[in-house]
Design a protein around this ligand. Structure first.
Ligand SMILES: [Zn+2]
Length: 98
């Protein structure tokens, strides 16, 4: 049996090798709540200055974006934690979480 942790294998490979790129940890993205807040404040501002429908649209857009960005962030975190638990078979390069 020739099985190694993916994270371990990735660290041991030389920089710039194609296998290294393939085993690289998935990027963890942060939720962009500042942009969401700006969209909601902007939407509210448009609403009070008379553009009720447009303002509402911008605010709702900001809210949906907030849901999207937080889901994206937690999915990337889950992928990263999965990667840290993954193992690779060095014979057939099959990867799985034991
Ligand atoms: Zn195998």
């Amino acid at each position: 049996m020739n099985i190694e942790k993916v994270a371990h294998r990735w660290k041991s490979l030389p920089e710039g090798s194609p296998a290294k790129a393939e085993l690289a940890p998935p990027e963890v993205v942060k939720a962009k709540y500042l942009g969401v807040l700006a969209a909601m404040v902007g939407g509210f501002w448009v609403m009070v200055s008379g553009g009720v429908l447009l303002g509402l649209l911008v605010a709702v857009g900001g809210l949906l974006w907030g849901v999207f960005t937080s889901r994206e962030a937690s999915a990337s975190l889950a992928a990263r934690s999965r990667w840290s638990r993954e193992v690779i078979c060095l014979a057939c390069l099959h990867r799985w979480v034991p």
